[in-house]
Design a binder for this molecule. Structure first.
Ligand code: ADP
Length: 490
C-alpha cells in the first residue's frame, strides 16, 4: 500500500479485529452522516457483544508478545504511525471535516495535535523507569518496576474524532498494553482511518482492535468489556453521566479508570485585564470547534468596571466570524454535530432571553446554510438561574455574567460540580497567584486561551473526572507498579 492516501482510501466502514477488516457478526450496519448536509457518507459495521468479545480475545492473545517487546521497538512502531499521520494530514483533515463538520483547517490542525501525542508517547516508551529502594535489611534487595496494566478499552467522543482516540491509544501501546476501542457513533470513520495507518506502521495483529457501533448497540458492546475481567482498564472521554455509569458497571471487576468528563469552564475578566488580549483569548478558547470542546469557556464573568466595554469589543469580533460548511476555505465555524446539539443550544439561548438576557450578537439558527448551523452568539446580563449557567452548552454561545469583586468571582466560578478548565485575565501579580490557587479546576489558563499541549497534563477534578492525558504523568494511567523483594543475597 502506498503511504500517501486519498480521502476515499481512508474510508473503511468495517471493524478492525486481529489485524483484519471484518463486518459485524450480526451483519448490521448504520449510516454515518455529514453534519453539513445530512447525507450518508458510509454504512458502517454496527457491532454488538460478539464483536466486542472477539476484539478482547484478539487483544488477549497479542498481549504477552507486545508487553515483552523491547521498548525501543514499540517506540519505532509509534514513530512510524506518527509519520504516516503527518504524510496523510490533508486527507485525514478532510475526513474529519466531512464527518464531524469542523473547518478543514481545524481538522488538519487536529491531526497535527493528535499526532503530537503519538510522538510524545513514542519517546516516553523508552523512559519507563523503576526504582531501587534503599536497602532496609542485609541480604534483601527491594525494587519497584512498572508493568503495562493489560488490555485497555478506549471509548471516545465525536468532538475530536482523531485526537481523543490517538491520545489514548498512544500511551497504551507505549506502555505495552493492547487495546480494544469504540469511537463515537457520529464519527467512527476517522478512528477507523487511524487504525488503518497503525496497521501500515507495523502495529501487530491483535494489539489494536476497533469496533464501531450505533448508540443503541454501543451499550451491549461496551458492557462486554466492562464485565470482562481480562480488560484491566477503561479510558473514556465523554459526558459525566456515561462516565459514572462506566465506573459503576466496571466496579464489579475493579478496573483502573481514566475519565475525562464534562466541564463548565469559567472565564474571568478582571478590571485590570488587558482587554484586547482577553477578547482574543476568549475567541480562541470559546470558538474552537464551534464551541464543542470540553475546555470551552461556558460562563464568562466580567468585572463591572469593564463589563459594557468588554461586551461591545467581544460582540464586534464575534459578529465578524464566518459560519460556513467545513469545506469553505474561509469557514471559521462549521455546522454543529447533529440535531440534538443544535436543539440544546437553541434551548439555552431561548431560556436565557426569556429570563432577561440581552442579545449582543447572533442569537439564532442559520437555517439558510443547513439544519445544523447556529450563529455565534454573545448574551449580556446572564444570571445563575439560566440553564446555560449550570449545563454545558457545547456550542458557539458566550453568556456574560457581571461581578463586583474577586471573592464573588471565585465563588461563582467554583459553584459547579465540574472542574476541568478555567481561565482568567488580570495583570495584577498578587491576584494571579490568589486566583490560580483558588480555582477548583485541573487546568488554569492565565492570560492565555490556548492551553492544549502534549507536554502538559490534561484532566479534571470533581465531576470532570480523573486521570491525566499527555505529559510525563500520562503513562502512569497505563502502568501498574510491581514491588520485587529478593532475599537470600548474603
Ligand atoms: P456526548 O454527549 O458527547 O455524545 P457521551 O458520553 O454520550 O457524550 O458519548 C461518549 C462516548 O460514550 C461515545 O462513544 C458513546 O457511544 C459512548 N456511550 C454513550 N452511552 C454509552 C453507554 N451507555 N454505554 C457505553 N458507551 C456509551
Amino acid at each position: 500500500m502506498a503511504s500517501k492516501l486519498e480521502l476515499k482510501d481512508l474510508i473503511r466502514p468495517d471493524n478492525f479485529i486481529d489485524g483484519k477488516w471484518v463486518a459485524a457478526a450480526s451483519g448490521k450496519r448504520f449510516g454515518v452522516t455529514n453534519p453539513a448536509t445530512g447525507e450518508v457518507i458510509a454504512d458502517v459495521a454496527d457491532s454488538g457483544e460478539a464483536d466486542a468479545r472477539a476484539a478482547t480475545d484478539a487483544a488477549a492473545r497479542a498481549f504477552p508478545a507486545w508487553r515483552d517487546a523491547l521498548p525501543k521497538d514499540r517506540a519505532a512502531v509509534l514513530h512510524r504511525w506518527h509519520d504516516l499521520m503527518l504524510e496523510n494530514a490533508d486527507a485525514l483533515g478532510r475526513l474529519i471535516s466531512l464527518e464531524q463538520g469542523k473547518p478543514f483547517a481545524e481538522g488538519r490542525g487536529e491531526v497535527l495535535y493528535g499526532a503530537s501525542y503519538v510522538k510524545w508517547f513514542a519517546d516516553e516508551a523508552t523512559r519507563i523507569y523503576g526504582d531501587i529502594i534503599p536497602q532496609q535489611q542485609r541480604g534483601k534487595r527491594m525494587t519497584a518496576v512498572k508493568e503495562p496494566v493489560g488490555i485497555v478499552a478506549a471509548i471516545t467522543p465525536w468532538n475530536f474524532p482523531f485526537a481523543m482516540i490517538a491520545r489514548k491509544i498512544a500511551p497504551a501501546l507505549a506502555a505495552g498494553c493492547t487495546v480494544v476501542g469504540k469511537p463515537a457513533e457520529d464519527t467512527p470513520l476517522t478512528a477507523l482511518a487511524l487504525v488503518l495507518l497503525a496497521h501500515e506502521a507495523g502495529v501487530p495483529p491483535g494489539v489494536l482492535n476497533l469496533i464501531a457501533a450505533s448508540r443503541e448497540n454501543a451499550v451491549s458492546a461496551v458492557a462486554s468489556w466492562l464485565h470482562d475481567s481480562r480488560v484491566r482498564k477503561i479510558t473514556f472521554t465523554g459526558s459525566t453521566p456515561v462516565g459514572k455509569y462506566l465506573a459503576r458497571e466496571s466496579a464489579e471487576t475493579l478496573k483502573k479508570l481514566s475519565l475525562e468528563l464534562g466541564g463548565n469552564a469559567p472565564f474571568i475578566v478582571f478590571d485590570d485585564a488587558d482587554l484586547d488580549a482577553a477578547v482574543t483569548g476568549l475567541l480562541v478558547s470559546k470558538f474552537r470547534n464551534g464551541g464543542q470542546t470540553c475546555v470551552c469557556p461556558n460562563r464568562v464573568y466580567v468585572q463591572s468596571g469593564v463589563y459594557e466595554k468588554f461586551g461591545d469589543m467581544l460582540a464586534k469580533r464575534v459578529a465578524a466570524l464566518k459560519v460556513a460548511p467545513g469545506t469553505d476555505p474561509d469557514a471559521q465555524i462549521g455546522p454543529m454535530i447533529n440535531a440534538r446539539a443544535i436543539d440544546k443550544i437553541a434551548r439555552h439561548v431561548d431560556d436565557a432571553v426569556a429570563q432577561g438576557a440581552r442579545v449582543l450578537a447572533g442569537g439564532k439558527r442559520l437555517t439558510a446554510l443547513g439544519p445544523n448551523y447556529y450563529a455565534p452568539t454573545v448574551l449580556a446580563d446572564a444570571t445563575p438561574a439560566m440553564q446555560l449557567s449550570c449545563e454545558e452548552t457545547f456550542g458557539p454561545v458566550v453568556p456574560l455574567f457581571r461581578f463586583d469583586d474577586e471573592a464573588e468571582a471565585l465563588r461563582a466560578a467554583n459553584d459547579t460540580p465540574f472542574g476541568l478548565a478555567s481561565y482568567f485575565y488580570s495583570q495584577d501579580i498578587r491576584r494571579i497567584d490568589r486566583v490560580s490557587r483558588g480555582l477548583e479546576a485541573g487546568i488554569v489558563g492565565i492570560n492565555e486561551g490556548a492551553l492544549a499541549s502534549e507536554a502538559a497534563p490534561f484532566g479534571g477534578v470533581k465531576e470532570s473526572g480523573y486521570g491525566r492525558e499527555g505529559s510525563k504523568y500520562g503513562l502512569d494511567d497505563y502502568l501498574s507498579i510491581k514491588y520485587l523483594c529478593q532475599g537470600g543475597l548474603e
